[in-house]
Design a protein around this ligand. Structure first.
Ligand SMILES: [Zn+2]
Length: 394
């Protein structure tokens, strides 16, 4: 272990995490009738008030709340945000009671333990440690518990309309590695139109499903011949795949319509316009060869990729703080999945993801390793002091 002095108290941090796991905060946009973030946001806000942060709770939509606390700095230093989402995915398929945190062999089990109440506990414990240490930061520390990350991220979207900081750490479970890049994604609807006709009239009918077959072949070719050979050093290759398909009315009729839903995963450097142009050219090339082909596409939802430099100050400070707490150097890595970091980064604020080690996010058995939660809290405490600055270095 490293020798850094910190003020994180292990048993308090573990108890805090247990309390967070006990509160059902399943995202109601994912599971109808689920409770959302109202209770957990109030709990987190009470905690932040109790340690002396300037705290507010904000309802973004009905029952969908952010809890935001600020540890005011003395002035003259940069502001840092620690961000964690309050919501979880559903629990009905879990193998052990998802809301009764059980500790076994150094792991805490339960829904959200890994994604990401472990990280949230680490963020809150870091804030408490800073208060307990008596250190006076120059810049503000903003602690944000946000709603809806598992669906449309309305929490961080709203937060970034209101909060200006100089860097942010999103406490997702990264295994104490610094995530400096991740993929984005686009959802695309493709439609083909045919001509409905009696099944015995091939000269009249145009089969929209068969026409979609050409799109599917094109998508597979795009994947194998183009996207597979592109590569980003940290996140790997971009990709495209079909997700759902619908078409046809009845057995004896030529289908006049077919709809395909496609997902395209993007790597840093790829822009929404590139994805749009790629689909346009795919459809145009089919049209050029088949005069009866009639198709179109539409991007229905898009979240971009993001990348910050490992040389960015917050990246470097997390690196040094991790070395000082754990005694070993963290890796700078990329993630496949999209994270709230992108929303913060897109608004011009350097953002990285950093948090504890665990497994089973969105799965039937989920856990976080308690040692890593405590280490993450210690690292974030040190990182905040270093980033925000202080008159008396601790
Ligand atoms: Zn998460």
């Amino acid at each position: 272990m490293g020798k850094a002095k910190t003020h994180v108290v292990r048993h308090e941090t573990v108890e805090l995490l247990k309390s967070l796991v006990r509160i059902n905060s399943v995202n109601p946009s994912l599971v109808e009738g689920a409770p959302g973030e109202a209770e957990i946001a109030e709990f987190v806000a009470d905690y932040m008030r109790s340690i002396g942060l300037e705290t507010r709770v904000e309802e973004i939509e009905k029952g969908r709340l952010n809890a935001v606390g600020v540890l005011k700095g003395a002035g003259g230093g940069p502001a840092l945000m620690l961000n964690g989402h309050l919501d979880t995915v559903g629990i009905e398929y879990m193998e052990i009671d998802p809301l009764d945190p059980v500790v076994k062999d150094g792991r805490l089990y339960g829904r959200g333990s890994n994604d990401m109440k472990g990280g949230l506990a680490a963020i809150l414990a870091a804030a408490k440690a800073l208060v307990d240490s008596g250190v006076e930061l120059k810049g503000d520390l903003v602690v944000a518990g946000v709603c809806d990350e598992e669906y449309a991220s309305i929490g961080t979207e709203r937060l970034m309309d209101e909060v200006t900081v100089d860097a942010a750490v999103v406490g997702e479970p990264t295994g104490l590695r610094v995530v400096v890049a991740h993929k984005g994604f686009a959802w695309i609807d493709v439609e083909t139109r045919g001509v409905a006709a009696h099944g015995s009239k091939p000269d009249v009918g145009v089969d929209a499903i068969a026409k979609m077959g050409k799109v599917l072949v094109g998508i597979e070719r795009l994947q194998d011949d183009v996207l597979r050979s592109k590569r980003h050093g940290l996140v790997g290759s971009p990709s495209i795949h079909a997700s759902t398909i619908q078409g046809g009315r009845e057995l004896s009729t030529y289908p006049d319509h077919c709809k395909l839903q496609v997902e395209r995963r993007m790597i840093p450097g790829e822009e929404p316009e590139d994805v749009d142009a790629e689909m346009k050219s795919l459809i145009a090339s089919i049209s050029a060869e088949d005069p009866k082909f009639e198709g179109s596409h539409r991007i229905t939802f898009i979240r971009g990729p993001m990348e910050v430099s490992p040389k960015e100050e917050i990246s470097q400070i997390l690196y040094r703080s991790t070395v000082d707490v754990t005694g070993s150097a963290p890796q700078f890595v990329g993630e496949g999945g999209w994270l709230d970091t992108e929303i913060i980064w897109r608004r011009g604020t350097p953002a990285v993801a950093f948090g504890p080690r665990g497994a089973g996010s969105h799965s039937a058995v989920e856990f976080v390793e308690l040692d890593s939660v405590v280490e993450a809290a210690k690292i974030l405490e040190l990182a905040a002091v270093r980033f925000c600055g202080t008159e008396s270095p601790s």
